[in-house]
Design a protein around this ligand. Structure first.
Ligand SMILES: [Zn+2]
Length: 71
């Protein structure tokens, strides 16, 4: 899921937004300002890489992050 973290330039609010389209306009959830900056969200990084790199290769049982020992 393409979840990004944004910071509002107006009020400083930091929030996460599910962005379905790259051109979709994101507004601050607090003050509704369109002046928001996209941050490199750790949430997006974690969900995007969960089954690809670190946790996937770390498990010797299933190699895919899906078995019970993966956590
Ligand atoms: Zn704001």
């Amino acid at each position: 899921m393409p979840i990004y973290e944004f910071k509002c330039e107006e009020c400083g609010e930091v929030f996460e937004e599910l962005v379905l389209k790259p051109t979709e306009e994101v507004r601050c959830k607090k003050c509704k300002s369109p002046k928001v900056t996209k941050l490199m969200s750790q949430v997006a990084f974690k969900s995007g890489s969960k089954f690809v790199s670190s946790s996937g290769s770390a498990c010797a049982t299933c190699k895919g992050g899906t078995c019970s020992s993966c956590g």
